[in-house]
Unconditional design. Structure first.
Length: 458
């Protein structure tokens, strides 16, 4: 690293620059995301219908397409101060290793014990549940980051927390489960025989024992609805989650503005869309208002390609069909990605907000396979020092590709990507990669068509 830089390696905003309001990108969308539908009546879900499942305030946020700035309560801001503002890092060492004229920045969200951006929404959702006088919440978790974040938030606020963890992750990541238990959560592998929907799914899909996020969601919703004083919370996909995650983009934008840097390309991995949605929100707002232009890229795994090979239609968010219908890019709620895929990007659908923006051409998406993702993760770990989460490494992979394009064209583009978390609980996947035994199971057209054939008729 040369020492003539004017931009520091890490840009830290002072604590008083922690955003005071979330930014609701829907307020600037001319065509709003399609409303969730009641699967029985096919009419838009009302607040009254949603409130038995979700906390009141979160229902309000979910349905609010118009308020641009939504104040962050002091209690949530105080919790954020334990790990935010998070740094925006100029990846000088990676740039040098790649020999690219591009300037690469990453917003690092892994600097809290849960290890990812998920805590930004977990504390907000737990706070609103506590404020409503609830006893506890249920949720699903795939790779475990969301469940860990929610356990941490609930532990802090003294709220009960029941987590349904996709069975393959429960078995592959026993330490992750222990972290959740230490914060006071109960953790049940899904599919389980503790719920009607779990028993039904086990009976109908004897080959589906590994579980999926869609199945774990069904189980968590059933328990929330059937337990006094409980509500269900979700770590991605929903409008409210993207709203909470807008704190990532607001901070990133302030940090870039501090040094007069204008991003050219913004990149994030996409599971249900929350970290990318959060990172791009204020930039997308400028794009929607015609004030600036950005090349915005969602990166998904080739093994679960909802944006790049899915359809933009109404689908259930879960496998057991207990949730409302959401209009989104989906490869079908019965699609169960290969257990061979390491990351938490296994959801069959995509955030309705991002789906609408993608549909209108405000962003693009690419799919990458996991061997190239782990190559990128290794390059990043060896240059920038941080061991990245496999999910975040999808974004790294694309950022490296864009930086390599700049090397060919000689352009010094500003590339900003979301480093959504760290990979310390993903070492079995790193082991496979290091042993040379990692493969990728990319679904065939026939598999995707078979899953799409079972979409609900709307
Ligand atoms: C570190 C990390 N990044 C990204 C994701 C993907 O979720 P989302 O698309 O909601 O950001 C996950 C999900 O588990 C995650 O753990």
């Amino acid at each position: 690293m040369s020492n003539t830089q004017t931009i520091p390696y890490k840009i830290y905003l002072p604590e008083d620059k922690l955003p005071k309001a979330y930014y609701n990108v829907r307020a600037d969308m001319k065509v709003k995301p399609a409303p969730m539908l009641n699967p029985g009546t096919l009419q838009p879900m009302t607040a009254e219908e949603l409130e038995p499942v979700f906390c009141k305030e979160l229902v309000k946020q979910e349905l609010d397409n118009d308020t641009r700035d939504i104040p962050i309560p002091t209690e949530i801001r105080d919790f954020y101060k334990m790990y935010r503002p998070s740094p925006l890092v100029r990846a000088y060492c990676l740039e040098e290793a790649l020999g690219t004229p591009a300037h690469i920045y990453y917003k690092f969200e892994g600097n809290n014990t849960s290890g990812s951006h998920k805590l930004n929404s977990a504390i907000a959702q737990a706070y609103y549940a506590k404020n409503q006088g609830l006893k506890g919440v249920t949720t699903e978790t795939g790779a475990g980051q969301w469940g860990t974040a929610l356990s941490m938030a609930c532990g802090y606020l003294g709220l009960e927390c029941k987590v349904f963890m996709v069975r393959v992750s429960y078995e592959q990541k026993p330490d992750r489960r222990e972290v959740m238990r230490t914060y006071g959560a109960s953790v049940t592998p899904s599919p389980s025989d503790t719920t009607n929907v779990g028993r039904q799914i086990l009976a109908d899909h004897p080959d589906g024992k590994n579980g999926s996020l869609g199945t774990a969601i069904s189980e968590a919703v059933e328990v929330a609805v059937g337990t006094e004083g409980y509500r269900y919370v979700l770590g991605s996909v929903l409008n409210q989650v993207l709203l909470h995650q807008s704190i990532i983009g607001l901070e990133a934008k302030s940090a870039l503005d501090m040094y007069d840097v204008k991003a050219d390309i913004l990149i994030g991995c996409t599971g249900g869309g929350s970290n990318l949605g959060g990172l791009i929100s204020p930039f997308m707002g400028e794009k929607l208002r015609g004030e600036a232009d950005y090349d915005i890229i969602g990166v998904e795994p080739a093994s679960c390609p909802s944006f790049t090979r899915g359809k933009y239609v109404y689908d259930f968010c879960d496998t057991g069909h207990v949730t409302p219908l959401a209009k989104m890019y989906t490869i079908g709620n019965e699609f169960i990605p290969s257990p061979n895929h390491a990351g938490g990007l296994r959801f069959h659908g995509m955030s309705p907000i991002l789906s609408e923006l993608y549909h209108q051409g405000y962003m693009r998406a690419v799919a990458v396979d996991q061997v190239e993702v782990f190559k990128a993760a290794t390059t990043f770990a060896r240059t920038e020092g941080i061991l990245p989460a496999p999910e975040s490494s999808h974004a790294i992979c694309q950022a490296i590709k864009e930086a390599e394009k700049c090397k060919e064209t000689g352009e010094a583009k500003n590339i900003v990507f979301g480093l959504s978390g760290t990979g310390y609980f993903d070492l079995s996947a790193y082991r496979q990669f290091n042993d040379g035994t990692m493969t990728d199971d990319i679904p065939t057209d026939e598999q995707i068509a078979a899953s799409l054939a079972k979409l609900p008729k709307v």
